[in-house]
Design a protein around this ligand. Structure first.
Ligand code: BGC
Length: 411
């Protein structure tokens, strides 16, 4: 509906992303992306994934039965480059017919290979290419999409894609990756402008956030250094038009950029998975911190600590730092556990995180993810879904957590 942003009730949703579920790499002339051939876990690739490009009707049906008010998906830049907007047209109409508000992310990591070959996020011009793409999508969908998110988790693109090389495009540049952060923020701001001029209803962002915990009081500088890199490099630029002092000198800022990156937003999306513990680096480490295991909590199948209180802690940190923080939505929260349909751990995880989200006064909660999907550098080995996917048959089977979430939404 048009006025859901003003409603007092929590907006309940589920999230996915194009590359992780769609498959159909060559449909309607789709261009290759940096991820298509990126070496993945056990040779897994996403050329079929959940076959969602062809099975989207069934998947919207699953969401309708689940009773969610919103669905967060991403638009594939490589498809739009080839002129294929028809798929998202159909998807959005199908969602609206099911009474589900479409929440569209424009970039969830699937950079067109040609854009990467021209320099990718290291090149300022990519921000302008992105704005052109945003304009094109907005012109087609702004009349029907309820909420827009230009870029999903720029922090992970810089850290994993360009600093460590764990993600595509696989560059291990360490601190030389930092220009990508500014170009991503700039792309975000230019896309906000493009969306607004096309009449977009609500425009926000989705940043990955982690509370940073020093291993001991003496390690506080390490925790701060990591918080600057992971949290504030993006939140500061997008919400306050500034950069953390520790990093500002290494960013290719042009006069006027910070006014663009900080265009006002209608909502602020937090993707939360876990806190991060840091200590000062040992000798010879070029980084100002070292990661330390958070080992006093239970772990997900991925080995990530389950710390529900970290969610409300993170929202408080944001509220303290930004006096005029827009309404907060948890745009991703979820966990991977092996196979079982009786996923009682996932139910406990969601129950506890939803309680913290409510405590923190957020306006919406989106589970990552609707269904099992292609988990980047871990391929199909990690299962985040409320719905189990049998990749041999593409059969979808709702897990116990799906039934639980449906009941939670009804309450
Ligand atoms: C990303 C998702 C990913 C999830 C689990 C998030 O940071 O946005 O694409 O699947 O984490 O790793």
């Amino acid at each position: 509906s048009d006025d859901f942003l003003g409603a007092d009730d929590l907006l309940w949703g589920v999230s996915t992303s194009a590359f992780q579920i769609e498959g159909s790499f060559t449909a309607a002339g789709r261009r290759p992306s940096t991820w298509d051939g990126f070496p993945a876990f056990e040779g897994d690739d996403a050329s079929v994934a959940c076959d969602h490009y062809r099975r989207y009707r069934e998947d919207v049906g699953l969401m309708r039965s689940l009773g969610v008010g919103a669905y967060r998906f991403s638009v594939s830049w490589p498809r739009v480059l080839a002129g294929d907007l028809a798929f998202y047209d159909r998807l959005v109409d199908e969602l609206l017919a099911a009474g589900i508000a479409p929440v569209a992310t424009l970039y969830h990591w699937d950079t067109p290979l040609a854009v990467e070959q021209a320099g990718g996020w290291l090149d300022r011009d990519t921000a302008h290419r992105f704005a052109e793409y945003a304009e094109r999508v907005a012109a087609r969908l702004a009349d029907r999409v309820a909420m827009w998110i230009p870029i999903n988790e720029p922090a992970m693109v810089t850290l994993l894609g360009y600093a460590t090389g764990q993600h595509a495009p696989g560059k291990a540049l360490l601190f030389d990756a930092l220009p990508t952060a500014h170009h991503l923020n700039l792309a975000h701001g230019l896309a906000v402008q493009a969306l607004r001029s096309a009449g977009a209803r609500a425009v926000g962002t989705a940043n990955n956030h982690t509370p940073t915990w020093p291993a001991s009081p003496a390690d506080a500088p390490a925790a701060e250094a990591y918080a600057d890199l992971h949290n504030w490099l993006y939140a500061d630029a997008q919400l306050a038009g500034r950069y953390p002092d520790s990093l500002a000198d290494r960013l290719p800022i042009v006069d006027g950029d910070l006014a663009i990156t900080s265009a006002p937003l209608d909502f602020y999306g937090v993707n939360y998975y876990n806190p991060t513990r840091l200590r000062l680096p040992s000798e010879g480490n070029p980084l100002p911190f070292e990661l330390v295991d958070v080992d006093e909590y239970p772990k997900t199948g991925f080995g990530w600590p389950v710390v529900p209180s970290g969610l409300s802690e993170m929202v408080s940190l944001l509220r303290d730092r930004f006096a005029d923080l827009p309404p907060v939505y948890v745009t991703e929260s979820g966990c991977s556990y092996p196979h079982s349909l009786q996923d009682t751990e996932r139910i406990a995880y969601l129950d506890a995180h939803i309680a913290e989200a409510l405590k923190a006064g957020v306006r919406g909660y989106f589970v990552w993810s609707l269904m099992d999907n292609f988990e980047w550098d871990s391929g199909y080995s990690q299962r985040f879904g409320l719905v189990h996917v049998d990749y041999a048959t593409q059969e979808r089977t709702p897990r116990a957590s799906y039934e639980w979430y449906r009941d939670r939404i009804r309450r």
